[in-house]
Design a protein around this ligand. Structure first.
Ligand SMILES: [Zn+2]
Length: 236
């Protein structure tokens, strides 16, 4: 199902869109958040990336820059990307000037493409991608999706602690973000009147993406999903 919630307020992080201060604030927030997950061991080496949605029309995200240690990012170690996850600059109004004046990076991770797709489809204000162990193990154990039910922590990702069957979707790994994005849209469960959104995606033999209305909610969705996956693995 691929309804897209569209329910979250646009530009939660930056209601005024792309400005020097919102971009700088986003960079600082992403650096702090990346350090948290690097410390957890979920971003080994230069793995993983995080994003904040800065503008909706046109879609603009701040994504952590490629090839850097996620425990050592600064506020300028971000890249401005468009709805395809490509660096945006020339011909895009103020973007180019901001990259120049704020000394931002210009090389996004290839995975920025999936961040952008998730932001577009789900309406997320922030997304986090890490290489956490339980997600990889669960993706191998249940390649058709991880079924969870009757667990208190399901409430933390917007579902019932009792009597609801929740599936954390799994897609096969791929280096082409359009292929991954299409696979994501096929398995995404958007919010309806009767069903809550599932705000996470396992990429098999790779890691996990989680998202939310803002960076803090994305963090909670990520940490809770990883904990739920640990329980599923421990109790199977
Ligand atoms: Zn990755």
């Amino acid at each position: 199902m691929s309804t897209g919630t569209g329910a979250w307020a646009p530009n939660v992080f930056s209601p005024e869109g792309l400005t020097a201060s919102t971009v700088t604030d986003a960079g600082a927030a992403l650096a702090a958040e990346a350090a948290r997950f690097a410390a957890l061991g979920w971003m080994p080496g230069t793995a993983g990336n995080l994003s904040i949605t800065l503008d909706r029309d046109p879609l603009r995200l701040a994504v952590t820059a490629s090839g850097l240690d996620k425990g050592e990012l600064t506020a300028s170690d971000i890249v401005l990307v468009d709805g395809n996850g490509d660096w945006t600059g020339s011909g895009a109004g103020a973007d180019d000037g901001l990259t120049e004046s704020l000394g931002l990076a210009r090389k996004p991770s290839a995975e920025a493409g999936l961040h952008a797709r998730i932001a577009r489809v789900t309406g997320a204000g922030a997304g986090i991608h890490v290489h956490a162990l339980a997600a990889v193990r669960a993706g191998r154990a249940w390649p058709e999706g991880v079924v969870l039910h009757d667990l208190e922590m399901l409430k933390g990702i917007g579902h019932s602690a009792h009597g609801e069957r929740v599936v954390i979707p799994v897609v096969q790994n791929h280096q082409d973000m359009r292929v991954l994005g299409d696979a994501f849209e096929r398995v995404y469960t958007g919010r309806t009147d009767s069903v809550g959104e599932v705000p996470a995606l396992i990429v098999a033999d790779h890691g996990i993406y989680a998202w939310g209305a803002d960076l803090r909610q994305a963090r909670w969705h990520l940490e809770l999903t990883e904990a739920l996956l640990q329980i599923a693995l421990a109790t199977r």
